[in-house]
Design a protein around this ligand. Sequence first.
Ligand code: PAP
Length: 326
Amino acid sequence: MASTEGLQAFEEENLLLSLPKERGWAARYFYLYQDFWCPSTHIQGVNNFQKHFQAKHSDVLVASFPKSGTTWLKALTFSIVNRQHFSSSENHPLLTSNPHELVPFLEFIFHADNIQDKLSYLSNMSEPRVFGTHVPFPSLSNSVKDSNCKIIYICRNPFDNFVSCWTFFNKIKSNSLPGVKIEEALEKYCKGIIGFGPTWDNMLGYWKESIASPNKVLFLKYEELKEDTHFYVKRVAEFLDCPFTEEEESNGDIENIIKLCSLERMKNLEVNKSGTVDRNIEKKYYFRKGEVGDWVNYFSPAMTEKLSKTMEEKLSGSGLSFKTCS
Ligand code: PAP
């Protein structure tokens, strides 16, 4: 009789064979799974997350399309919900752990066969548990949708998002894969062929849900978070039903969280300068420039026209728009 693991591997292989596939950039192939593109290595994790994850009402999910400010929002959210336990100085866990270690991605937690171990790890996490996910809203586990857990989604102007993706994937790609030229990468991005994409579908799924259920999903933009971090840190705390008191505000607690989670601070911490996280990715690759408008240094006029047109087509009528795109 086949072992459970053997059976699972067999089922996965059959599943992969049945899915549309396209050449990837960092991964060899992306597979179209439940209407989003996914490297084969993530499908098992997504599948297990959907089947096994039991959300608690107090859970918080930091959701995003990759390279939209996930690391930053994970750090801010972790600091906001845990501020009673850790002051922003000396003993704060963010000084000794990367945000992705403190706020793990659900689809990566379940990226393994030993489900029981994962479930006991999850049940032992202190509450409120904070998780990350890149999985599009329609593909979240039902348990997330049906519970009272809250979701904070962050998106980013696709021009900067694309550049951040392209630079990141070039750093992490395996040596056995050829580099992808920026024009070719943009072609794929505009066709939606990128992990957890199409980008617009990922954003619009959460955008629509944030309008339909504003108490369930808070929708943020990287550019706005950068422009007025103080306002949005307060907004996140209110959304999570743990607003800052006047005393906390006058003590400078909000400013301390902002400083602790700033790109400069995070990037220069020893813990983020070396070592790997998640799928063996160098922690330092998560911290680059963090600028709004850096795309102008990479885009030719033809590329600008291509992405502008694609965005117009994909986002028109949705009410979702980005300032720096024209
Ligand atoms: P992920 O989805 O793979 O976790 P994510 O954190 O969303 O990645 O994206 C990394 C981007 O966020 C990088 O942007 P850049 O390539 O344009 O520079 C990174 O520099 C930026 N970033 C990381 N940490 C912070 C932070 N603390 N504040 C602002 N931006 C940050």
